[in-house]
Design a protein around this ligand. Structure first.
Ligand SMILES: Nc1ncnc2c1ncn2[C@@H]1O[C@H](COP(=O)(O)OP(=O)(O)OP(=O)(O)O)[C@@H](O)[C@H]1O
Ligand SMILES: [Mg+2]
Length: 166
């Protein structure tokens, strides 16, 4: 497996733009698994993904409702597992039948229930950087890059990161 792609975000706008690029290139069945501490930017990235999918209106964190749905070019299923008691509870939601077949899924706090997701997802980890507005973002598919449905997207992001277009 190739090394994960690391991108340093200098601010919230950058993280949202990264999300927008991801949303613009997303296809039906894509599952994006977001991890990182409170306030690290998972919802910010999701707002960008929503913009890239052409969703109108503001995408809020669904922490209290667990799941929200937005209509864009594709349906965006936005899930937050922060309050999930156990992976079994997530399993009981029937996520795999409801969500993983159509539209695009973005799951915040995906590491609360890693075993319920399809193998070829894109894991996106966000963490705090050296100053308050910096975030270290790591993108890694669940299978070898060459076999991943995200190979094209990762290639594009790698190129953009190298040419400072990101
Ligand atoms: N580089 C950055 N990327 C993303 N957000 C940033 C960045 N710098 C500052 N921020 C700020 O950090 C906050 C991130 O909040 P956000 O709700 O996206 O986090 P979260 O990971 O979804 O948190 P939670 O775990 O509570 O759902 C926002 O207020 C945003 O403006
Ligand atoms: Mg959030």
């Amino acid at each position: 497996m190739a090394a994960p792609l690391h991108i340093e975000s200098p601010g919230a706008d950058f993280t949202q733009d990264l999300g927008r690029t991801i949303g613009e290139h997303a296809s039906a069945g894509d599952v994006f698994l977001l991890t990182g501490p409170l306030g690290s930017g998972k919802t910010c990235l999701t707002q960008g993904i929503a913009l890239g999918l052409g969703v109108e209106g503001y995408v809020r964190s669904p922490t209290f409702v667990l799941m929200t749905r937005h209509q864009g070019r594709l349906t965006l299923h936005h899930v937050d597992l922060y309050r999930m008691g156990s992976p079994a509870e997530a399993w009981d939601l029937g996520l795999e039948e409801q969500l993983f077949s159509e539209g695009v899924c973005v799951i915040e706090w995906a590491d609360r229930a890693p075993e319920i997701f399809p193998e070829d997802c894109l894991w996106i980890g966000l963490d705090y950087g050296q100053d308050p507005d910096r975030r270290d973002i790591t993108l890694e598919p669940g299978v070898a890059v060459e076999e991943s449905r995200f190979q094209g997207l990762l290639g594009l992001l790698t190129k953009k990161a190298a040419t400072s277009e990101l």
